[in-house]
Design a binder for this molecule. Structure first.
Ligand code: GAL
Length: 447
């Protein structure tokens, strides 16, 4: 209960703060969605001439996400194309706000929800980000009937349905499963320097040292947006704690005074000694590019980076770039699931459900995921549509211990994540383990 009220309190403060700096309600449509951030495909479909004046005209569906630009938008655009093909009478507004992991989009969304101006549907991670924010604030419609009508109940892994459910009701439809504990590497660089894929943290540190001695940047990081560093830290926690205690940490059952948390922080400090110097001025794409171009050997990134390597850099899977689980987490799968639901108060819920039905269909998932780098959320999708990265990952998902990502909204509330990102960011700069642990203990109350 305490957890919940704190989450509410945080949401409330966040919304007030955003409303204060985001202008009045009339301007919320435009908040943060400048021309180069927002894309509108409403005129490239078959619905020409119908216009897309406002949501709620029965013929428009506004899709809100942060999938814009390199490595992000190709899957969404393919899904929209498919939807427009199937529903030429419905206009799509693609309201995407740039910024990895929703860095900017989440704030814009909060302002809009606060102003009772929800998009028709929006990207939200399964787990706490959906359940402790929007569902807890009574902002989402339950989709149980929708699941029954579309025969979806047994089409997703149970763990995923759990992540999008609260108190027995289902609140969104997962479009994908991304994996967060992946290291992508440049195969030529590994070969040239005789590097073996590390499986433990000790081996990882060894490899970092070997590459460093060889004059190669061992690990590319781009923490211009702090979540990329948080992602490394959560993978280290998963490695040192193991999947059960990693979960227990976010449940408040394992404390941040645990030795294994300190161990993760110490590894983090060591690893930070091997990243590119300009890490703070790069985003995840810029960091991945260093690996793609052979200027760095490895990067830890969720497998949206696979989409970036394939689609944007034209690199070939298992020829130009390889991949392995984050050392120490070989048996584990850090789950990130992007989902879409139906906010309360949209004027055309039936139209929105048409979109959710396409997004939740085999065809929809197989249009989206091969381009996005993720695997389908549905269990009955067509593996032949995916390359070796996809099929390997589908197999790993079946055989791994699943763990919820903190950096991507599943493990803990948005309020906690904001604070954790801040502390990680300070740690990256100061690298003071004692202070970091102390801060993590202090903010644990917000979990
Ligand atoms: C994650 C999201 C992914 C990808 C990534 C980088 O939070 O789940 O789909 O977009 O951010 O922006």
């Amino acid at each position: 209960m305490l957890k919940k009220s704190l989450a509410f309190l945080f949401m409330f403060i966040l919304m007030i703060a955003l409303a204060a700096c985001g202008g009045d309600e009339e301007t919320t449509d435009d908040t943060g969605t400048t021309d180069d951030q927002t894309e509108d495909t409403s005129d490239d479909g078959a619905s020409e001439g119908e216009g897309a004046e406002s949501s709620g005209d029965g013929g428009t569906v506004e899709i809100f996400s942060w999938w814009t630009g390199a490595g992000e938008e190709d899957g969404l655009l393919a899904l929209i194309d498919l939807f427009e093909e199937q529903h030429p009478d419905i206009t799509v507004e693609n309201a995407a706000v740039a910024g990895g992991a929703g860095t900017n989009a989440k704030a814009v969304l909060a302002t809009r929800m606060q102003g009772n101006d929800p998009p028709s549907t929006f990207q939200v991670h399964g787990g706490a980000e959906l359940n402790e924010s929007w569902v807890a604030a009574d902002k989402m419609e339950p989709l149980n009937d929708f699941y029954e009508e579309n025969d979806l109940m047994d089409k997703f892994p149970e763990e995923l349905i759990d992540m999008v459910s609260k108190d027995g009701d289902i609140y969104s439809v997962p479009v994908n499963i991304h994996r967060g504990n992946v290291i992508f590497y440049n195969m030529e660089v590994f070969e040239e320097h005789g590097i073996e894929v590390p499986t433990t943290l000790e081996e990882f540190v060894d490899v970092l040292g070997q590459l460093d001695e060889a004059g190669v940047t061992p690990l590319a990081m781009g923490d211009k947006e702090a979540w990329t560093a948080t992602q490394i830290f959560e993978n280290l926690l998963l490695a040192t704690l193991g999947p059960d205690d990693y979960r227990a940490l976010w449940e408040g059952e394992v404390g941040f005074d645990d030795d294994r948390v300190r161990q993760a922080a110490e590894y983090f400090e060591t690893i930070l000694g091997y990243v590119n110097e300009d890490h703070a001025s790069r985003n995840w794409q810029d960091a991945s590019q260093l690996v793609g171009e052979g200027e760095a050997a490895m990067t830890n990134m969720g497998d949206w980076a696979k989409g970036y390597f394939s689609n944007d850099l034209d690199l070939e899977t298992n020829v130009d770039f390889g991949y392995f689980p984050f050392p120490g987490t070989t048996e584990d799968f850090m789950v990130i699931t992007d989902t879409f639901g139906l906010p309360k108060g949209v004027e055309n819920p039936e139209t929105v459900k048409e979109f959710l039905a396409v997004l939740g269909s085999v065809e929809g998932q197989d249009a989206f995921n091969p381009l996005k780098g993720s695997i389908p959320a549905r269990v009955d999708a067509d593996p032949s549509k995916y390359d070796e990265y996809g099929t390997d990952t589908m197999e790993d998902f079946q055989n791994s211990n699943l763990a919820p990502s903190l950096a991507h909204g599943s493990a803990a509330s948005e309020g906690y994540l904001t604070k954790a990102n801040q502390e990680v960011n300070i740690f990256v700069t100061q690298q003071d383990v004692d202070q970091f642990i102390e801060k993590l203990q202090q903010i644990a109350g917000d979990l």
